[in-house]
Design a protein around this ligand. Sequence first.
Ligand SMILES: C[S@@+](CC[C@H](N)C(=O)[O-])C[C@H]1O[C@@H](n2cnc3c(N)ncnc32)[C@H](O)[C@@H]1O
Length: 541
Amino acid sequence: MIETTEHIVNNSIESDYSKSISLEHRKKFAQFFTPFPIANAMAKWILGNKQLETVLEPAFGLGVFSRAILNQQKKINIKGFEVDEIILGNAKEYFDDFENVNLQLQDYMYNDWKNKYDGIICNPPYFKFHDYDNKNILKEIETNLKCKLNGFTNLYTLFLLKSIHQLSKNGRCAYIIPSEFLNSDYGKLVKTYLIKSKTLRHIIVIDFEENVFDDALTTASIILCANDNLKDKVQFSNIHSLQDLSKIDEIINKYPNLSETEQTYSFTELNPEIKWKAYYQKQNSIKFKNLVPFSTYAKVVRGIATGSNEYFTFNLSKAKEFNIDEQYLLPCICSAKDAKTSFFTKQDFEELKKSNKSVFLFNAQNSTDKNISSYIQKGESEEINKRFLTASRTPWYSLENRKPAPIWVSVFNRSGLRFIRNEANISNLTSYHCIYPKQTSLFSEIDIDLLFAYLLTDTAKQIFEDNSRQYGNGLQKFEPNDLNKGMMLDLGLLDKQTSNHILKLYKEYKSLILDNKNGDEIINKIDKILIDEYSEKKRFS
Ligand SMILES: C[S@@+](CC[C@H](N)C(=O)[O-])C[C@H]1O[C@@H](n2cnc3c(N)ncnc32)[C@H](O)[C@@H]1O
């Protein structure tokens, strides 16, 4: 019989258990335990709900969270779910004496959907999608949450979705999960749900030098949610050591007030499509050495503005209708959607043309062709010549003089900057900016392919992100000068061998993409080479 007034406020039960059971068994059930000080900090969030009566611990293990909660408030009713009989047996030896703790040998994902709780606290199992019965669980969630899920997700995100659904009014939820979901495709869905449900309050990114969870993880995040309508802002914090845990206490004590930090965003500013490290890793560029302004190597200019795209853009059937010969049509990408991959080839252009997409601009200066004259007259009768842009040109139907740019970059982004190599050598409208590598200065000349390979990496995008404009709805916008003034790694410092290595990888990437295959791994390799060369290791200085 255990003395009910005292609780084990350290990880001694967990270490005894770990010693008594094989690692294989623990791995089978994803049994990695939360350090007590972290469990305790998370418990304070739950206890901050003044109406707290019921608490759920969905992946019970040895009940570290329940111990932390009961240690402060003995009367709370707790329900725990656990699928492993053995660990539950161990937990029951400890908890059986508490009438207010109800432990179920049941899979959390398939049970208890109807119940709501004032507090839900959890370190869920982190199984990848192929390690659990994902098909049935997804179905279970889709039916209960009435949403459509992508199969490639990780079980812990599904635990979190279910728990948010089970919060009662003013209920609070604290989860500790790998930070990976913040920055990976499978996390988009749970991020969308966290925003839509308006329950997300804090994300505390733990970035300890030493491992937090035995050997399982190096980085994790604490997600604090509240179903209370008290806030429409989400704050990101970073903690780097156990000593920093007091920051969590501070955050919790202040709630619903927030401490002054730049890492605070309203729900409308958060974009589930992008990597959220953009919100908690400010000034990405400080991680790197030897940065130069992008304008050292390239010039960014906006694409062609016509003044009336409806009048100036042509597809083949419109050309036929007005009898406009192809010599008076300038090949041009007219919609950002038309370039699907990182390479826009001649073949892509031909295909768009054949499928009657608008891929031309009216370009008929100095023509005496009568069909051209009548199309110009048509423009004048529709007063296209009196528009703001056309009125300032002579003649009004002349196009801005822009050479086709070897690289395009998309202007509005939901998922970060998108660079495209314009191998078709055609012009572009304003949905892309033109990037012209500088080829003039003796010292700054770099290979266009090398520059483009760099632009495809996460590092290039992150460094540019320091200079992006955030739009209210989560869109990022880059004006040409945001990019010109943005920073980049000084690629001119790379030695021949390294740049050749990058160029070789780039060629492999290109052939994969042209073959409709995924090339992410190669880009990651290029990124790694660059990170090794330019991180704070001072190689060049
Ligand atoms: C990462 S451990 C966390 C244990 C404990 N809460 C802690 O933080 O120390 C996850 C626990 O969930 C249990 N588990 C795994 N899948 C489960 C499921 N579908 N339903 C309920 N529990 C599950 C595992 O056996 C394991 O004990």
